[in-house]
Ligand binder design. Structure first.
Ligand SMILES: [Zn+2]
Length: 438
């Protein structure tokens, strides 16, 4: 076991701290402090390994970097290994530390991005440096990508890159990135969640339009835009979005039954999800469509009935059900409510068995013998959605062995985001092993 001081000098620990200190806050809708400095830092490290990089900006300061790393085995298709450099906003008044200070406390690095996902960005670049320094080559050609704007759906990052520069990804069939590969504890046993699919993402507005008028008038509820949009959102939220299993969640249920010793016929998927501790809220959301109202807008003066009221909905339907889902929404809210789609990304499901999964399991097993892998469907989205438009199968494999008492899933976009130093070192070793062997 390395001492705390040794860990402070570990290259992955240092790179994670360096990256957290770049404030790359993404406020959404194009408002951002920009990813340029973080991208330049990563670009410099890639170039220091002798790699040729492509640096591009979708808009000023919204910078992404891509580089190809030659592989040993030209018969194998290329693998995209990607991360994003932006982070969601952090309100310092809610944090125990400066969110961009990268302080080390209690064996962890604290800061915005420690979990999502400057940890993996650092693991990627330092795993490559380790491979490069040893004189070896990764097994297959790698396409390394650090994208801007993932935290706002990737419009100015991965989505832009895939639309404008698809040649950068030519020859790739699979990708690995964030929100998978970390350990959870189920019935006292350690298991690693491997993300093999993502739910779809639909951000839309429900809009009611009615005649504007004086606030003193008698107006039936059906003629008030605010009342109408409020009724629509209540109906939508109260709808019973029933449980449905996909290929990925069926495999997750089977893996959880094996791990817990439960018979599939004797326990519901929801009960199994609850046995996974910190991962339960995500796994529960992976079993059904979810619909959350996030912004309510309407009116501008106390005595004016507005002509328009709107509610923004963040909906995450199961993969390949988007059309059917939207038809259901229209049916629930009724024909007088308009639906305006603002941003839409498809769900994905990659094969949850096969050579990539086998290689991930083998790499984890060499560093944590006997560990189990559980495939899962991420209820949220990553840049894998954009890459899927090029036919690239995306996985979440950012390996981290975590202590049982750390609620890792809650720290994505949460306060006091932190990652243990020794988890980062473990992660780099597993990732290096995986890139050399797959
Ligand atoms: Zn992320």
């Amino acid at each position: 076991m390395a001492s705390h001081d040794d860990l402070l000098h570990d290259p992955t620990v240092i790179a994670t701290r360096d990256l957290i200190r770049f404030d790359t806050t993404n406020w959404g809708n194009g408002k951002s402090t920009g990813e340029r400095e973080a991208a330049e830092y990563l670009d410099a490290r890639l170039r220091a390994m002798g790699l040729e990089t492509v640096v591009f900006e979708s808009e000023p300061r919204r910078t992404s970097v891509v580089a190809r790393v030659p592989g040993r085995n030209p018969a194998k298709p290329a693998l995209v290994v990607h991360g994003h450099t932006d982070v969601v906003p952090a309100d310092a008044s809610h944090w125990s530390v400066d969110p961009f200070g990268a302080e080390v406390r209690d064996g962890c690095i604290w800061g915005r991005g420690a979990v999502d996902m400057k940890n993996m960005d650092a693991m990627i670049v330092t795993a490559l440096e380790e491979i490069n320094a040893s004189g070896a080559l990764p097994e297959r050609e790698l396409i390394i990508a650090f994208f801007a704007d993932e935290e706002d759906g990737g419009k100015l990052g991965a989505y832009h890159a895939v639309s404008e520069r698809p040649e950068l990804f030519a020859g790739a069939t699979e990708a690995i990135s964030e929100v998978g590969g970390y350990s959870i504890t189920v019935d006292g046993k350690r298991a690693y969640l491997l993300q093999t699919g993502e739910k779809a993402m639909l951000w839309f507005k429900l809009r009611a339009k009615r005649p504007a008028g004086h606030g003193s008038r008698f107006v039936p509820a059906a003629d008030n835009a605010i009342t109408q949009v409020a009724e629509a959102v209540v109906k939508l939220s109260r709808h019973d979005w029933s449980m449905r299993l996909t290929n990925t969640t069926s495999e997750m249920v089977a893996a959880l039954c094996t791990l817990t010793g439960e018979r599939p016929s004797a326990i519901s998927p929801d009960e199994l999800a609850l046995r996974t501790g910190s991962a339960a809220s995500w796994l529960t959301a992976s079993l059904r469509d979810t619909v959350n109202p996030t912004i309510l807008e309407g009116g501008y003066k106390s005595n004016v009935i507005p002509a328009v009221a709107e509610v923004t909905i963040d909906a995450r339907p199961l993969p390949n059900t988007e059309e059917e889902f939207l038809a259901t929404v229209q049916e629930i809210v009724g024909p007088d409510i308009e639906i305006e789609m603002n941003w839409k990304l498809p769900g994905t499901e990659a094969p949850s068995s096969g050579p990539l999964v086998d290689a991930a399991v083998a790499a984890l097993d060499r560093h944590d013998p006997g560990a189990t892998i559980i495939p899962y469907l991420l209820p949220a989205g990553t840049d894998n959605k954009s890459l899927s438009r090029l036919g690239i199968d995306g996985y979440g494999f950012a390996p981290l062995r975590l202590p049982e008492d750390l609620d890792f899933p809650a720290m994505f976009h949460g306060v006091d985001e932190r990652v243990p130093l020794d988890s980062l070192v473990f992660g780099r070793r597993v990732l290096t092993d995986f890139l050399l062997s797959y």
